[in-house]
Design a protein around this ligand. Structure first.
Ligand code: DC
Length: 225
């Protein structure tokens, strides 16, 4: 069966997951949040006390880790780390940083590549991350690079954190975002960058409905209804 693949890349806080989830629902596609996979790896190393920067430590213990994705009846992606559901444990600022650092190691990226490609072989998918259009699915049917200014992304993140009852200072959130942008786009392997054939969409001045409408238009040019 021919499957359609939609690759959405972009920096932290550009709204990728919110938008991708909405699009997946409207199109009836499977949504794969690849950031959650790297977060699960970071969570594992934080539990066993290995720094995400420690290349040798990561290489030594990576075989002790199994990562699986499961989907519940509502289509929500659950992350399973060594049989444990860690979906709700991987959304802290520390794990965001850890994921950005641990994802720079080749052993980590190699381990996760097939897992991501496998889903796309079997299902119509919308996959979001940093290297989907460039490395994971270079032949994706549609590629979109979603971005927004660091200031707008930090404001959005602050609102999200406040809504969760975990308010953070704007300056700290902005600094974290800028640091992750730098790390994610300067690593040697599969750095964050726009694929040559990706459509660039700057969401700084758009609300969620506006972004979904703009993306749907891009999708419909490549994938018939
Ligand atoms: O999308 P996110 O913020 O949940 O991702 C967390 C980190 O994981 C991100 O800072 C870099 C890494 N990541 C990656 O290297 N490649 C991906 N495809 C997705 C995420």
């Amino acid at each position: 069966m021919k499957t359609y693949t939609i690759a959405i890349d972009g920096p932290a806080g550009a709204g990728k997951s919110t938008i991708a989830r909405r699009l997946a629902r409207e199109l009836g596609y499977c949504y794969v949040d690849t950031g959650a996979i790297y977060r699960t790896v970071a969570y594992f190393f934080s539990l066993i006390g290995i720094s995400p920067k420690d290349q040798d430590g990561v290489a030594k213990y990576i075989d002790e880790l199994t990562v699986e994705m499961e989907y519940d009846e509502e289509g929500k992606q659950h992350m399973i780390m060594n049989t444990l559901d860690v979906t709700d444990d991987i959304r802290t600022p520390e794990i965001s940083q850890g994921a950005s650092l641990v994802s720079a190691h080749k052993v980590v990226r190699d381990m996760l590549l097939d897992m991501q490609r496998d889903v796309a072989r079997k299902h119509n998918v919308i996959m979001d991350g940093r290297d989907i259009g460039t490395v994971v699915l270079p032949n994706a049917t549609v590629k979109i690079f979603l971005t927004a200014s660091a200031e707008v992304r930090a404001q959005r993140r602050c609102k999200e954190l406040e809504a969760k009852g975990l308010p953070e200072k704007y300056e700290k959130v902005l600094k974290d975002i800028q640091q992750r942008d730098y790390q994610d786009s300067h690593r040697a392997i599969a750095p964050l960058k726009q694929a040559r054939d990706a459509v660039l969409l700057d969401t700084s001045d758009l609300d969620i409905d506006g972004v979904v409408a703009a993306m749907m238009k891009i999708v419909r040019e490549k994938i018939p209804e």
